[in-house]
Design a protein around this ligand. Sequence first.
Ligand code: PMV
Length: 303
Amino acid sequence: MITVSAPGKLMLLGEHAVVYGYPCLVTAVDKRLYVEAEIIDANEDDIITPQVKESRFVLETLSYFKEKFNIRSSIRIKTRGDFSHQVGLGSSSAVTVATFEALNILFNLSLSKKEIFDMSYHVTLLIQGVGSGFDVAVATTGGTLCYVKGGVEMETLSLSNLPLIVGYSGVKADTPLYIRKVSEAFKQRKNEMTTLFESISVLVKKAKEFLISENFKEAGALFTENHTILQKLGVSTPILDTMVAASLEAGAWGAKLSGAGGGDCMIALVDNEKKQTVENAIRKVGGEIIEVKVNTSGVTQEK
Ligand code: PMV
């Protein structure tokens, strides 16, 4: 039996704009999704997923893989995770990448990371219809990436420190709905939306350099600026805005929503000395602190 794990993710900067071809920054987190795969003596595959949502991704991955590589054996796949899909840390992309890698190892195919990414992105698009693939990319490579849609660019940033706090809003975000919302607005107000995406792209590039040089004060200001643009895109919510404002008041370098908007998480860049104060401020306005380590490893076989 093969066991493989892949990490969840956090969008740092550039959400939505990345769907339109602009770069984003994304980091892998230490909440992982585990996939066990083995060949079984049975007439049918056996898929065991505690989270119903994951079974579609596993089923689609398995059928795509079996057809592409002409596999006839029956396979048992079992998943388990360090996190629920509720908080929006990317369990669907992680389970897809981990399943492909487990099958890759099980059948000795020596597929490259790029091939795993391409196939996983294809499968997630089949199911979700929309998306840049940023989550699939970082589940594959791990670390922190500057990413352009479709894997056109996947540059690993060399970071030794990324002092982030994550606050969950208590609301599950509907990512495809918010992607569609932005796409409707884009159709109606193309020039205005393009200007907003371009400003996001400028700050993503600047933030990348500030994060590498550990100039967190400047990077933080860009996080907050990105949040203001996301408000203009119409994807923030009162609870996310309140959590962001509370973090800034408590002394964070910067804060923003993370992901599609409409719920899920916000992130704040915070000096270690102020961590407790900012976390308390987030809790006080109704947010839940999610303890995560960032910049962690990509898809990997477990011992
Ligand atoms: O809601 P999340 O954390 O899956 O992030 C979505 C980010 C978008 O840019 C809105 C969509 C995408 O696929 O890039």
